[in-house]
Design a protein around this ligand. Structure first.
Ligand code: ITT
Length: 193
């Protein structure tokens, strides 16, 4: 049975699909809505989410929650990134950082995996970088045009291919961890090891 990634965001699925394909794991996109609880950590959000969606998924599935944590704003917007993106957007974030020399920021991702009736397993990862002075690039989604990953040679995520973004990104690392773990679990269960 294929592993389901439950997300309303097709860009997130496309990124995950590139990773799963590289590892020979079958993943499918499910866009069923689930409750994202208000919590201080991404991990708490995905534990709840994974448990909720696995009850109806009928098979192995995972959810992922991400956030942008800006150093000069004491970690804001963090777990509230979606609301901030939908309200003030990239222009608003740049405005909040006007005249600010400290542009340090990181993207964090938490993946929650669960099987029906099982216990959730969590994988976390981050990507350290900076907020650009102005938006750059047309690709990607969300805060991609204003995020410069360390090691990304001055390119924002919006200027990278999916493969390149996955090499650096929070989601790339967290999804790679769940996919590798799942592959290993499956081969152990099927007695191939
Ligand atoms: P889900 O249905 O999977 O929750 P979502 O679009 O609501 O999809 P998140 O809650 O994980 O995604 O992300 C919160 C916000 O952070 C989201 O609205 C994006 O604007 C932004 N974001 C998350 N990951 C990002 C990335 O890789 N690049 C740019 N922005 C990102």
């Amino acid at each position: 049975m294929a592993l389901a990634f439950v997300t309303s965001n097709k860009h997130k699925f496309e990124e995950a699909a590139e990773i799963a394909k590289r590892h020979g794991v079958d993943i499918v996109h499910r866009a069923v809505p689930y409750a994202e609880i208000q919590a201080d950590t991404l991990e708490e959000i995905v534990i709840h989410g994974a448990q909720e969606v696995s009850a109806s998924a009928g098979g192995p599935c995972f959810v992922e929650d991400a956030g942008l944590f800006i150093d000069a704003l004491k970690g804001f917007p963090g777990p509230y990134s979606k609301f901030v993106f939908l309200t003030i957007g990239n222009a608003g974030v740049l405005k909040l950082l006007e005249g600010e020399k400290n542009r340090k920021a990181e993207f964090r991702s938490a993946v929650g995996y669960c099987e029906p009736g099982g216990k959730p397993v969590v994988f976390s990862a981050k990507c350290v970088g900076k907020i650009s002075a102005e938006p750059q690039g047309k690709g990607g989604f969300g805060f991609d045009p204003i995020f410069l990953s360390d090691g990304g040679e001055g390119k924002t995520f919006a200027e990278m291919t999916t493969e390149l973004k996955n090499k650096f990104s929070h989601r790339g690392k967290a999804v790679e961890a769940v996919v590798k773990w799942y592959k290993e679990e499956k081969s152990l269960k099927s007695g191939k090891k």
